[in-house]
Design a protein around this ligand. Structure first.
Ligand code: NI
Length: 184
């Protein structure tokens, strides 16, 4: 099933999320549906709040980038109950976008290295270090679980520049190539 993607302005994107366990209903189906929803919108990452669920889970698939950079080959992952436990000292800037903020792309500064603990789709624990673009995508999705979106990180002047677009999203006055859910 392809879910509509929740757009900026919907309260669920600002909520704190809850850990889940292996008994979460239809977890495997939900994971499949999150990937399907993400692929349908041509995204590389999707967090549960973006389909209206306040739970700590996100999916990432960077395979589309593998043609340009082999490090992304087969990088398809599910992160359940993740915790970023360490951040590197070095910061890096790069343009980001988000399926919940269609039409906006802005440079975001983030630590270039993280250490993250999480469960995979089989509920197996992992403790891993990621750098550069992988670390960036993980931090972007992780933010969604903390009730944050990428425009929270941009400068006040850049926010001002995007105010019109953000207001249109809140008012449900946007067009999008995939199915969305807005507040109004
Ligand atoms: Ni996002």
């Amino acid at each position: 099933m392809i879910y509509p993607i929740v757009v900026y302005g919907c309260p669920v994107l600002r909520e704190q999320t809850q850990n889940i366990d292996a008994n979460y209903p239809n977890l495997n189906q939900l994971i499949d549906d999150m990937f399907a929803t993400m692929y349908n919108a041509e995204g590389i990452g999707l967090a549960a709040p973006q389909i209206g669920l306040s739970i700590r889970m996100f999916v990432i698939d960077l395979e589309v980038l593998a043609e340009d950079d082999p490090q992304f080959k087969g990088f398809k992952k599910v992160f359940i109950n993740p915790q970023i436990v360490e951040y590197g000292d070095q910061m890096e800037s790069c343009d980001e976008g988000c399926l919940s903020l269609p039409g906006i792309s802005e440079s975001v500064k983030r630590p270039s290295k993280i250490r993250i603990q999480y469960l995979d789709e089989k509920m197996e624990p992992h403790d891993e270090v990621y750098e550069n673009y992988k670390a960036r995508v993980i931090q972007h999705e992780y933010d969604h679980l903390e009730g944050k979106v990428f425009v929270d990180h941009i400068s006040p002047i850049r926010r001002q520049m995007n105010r019109g677009k953000l207001t249109s999203m809140v008012n449900g006055k946007i067009r999008c190539r995939y199915r969305i859910k807005t507040v109004k």
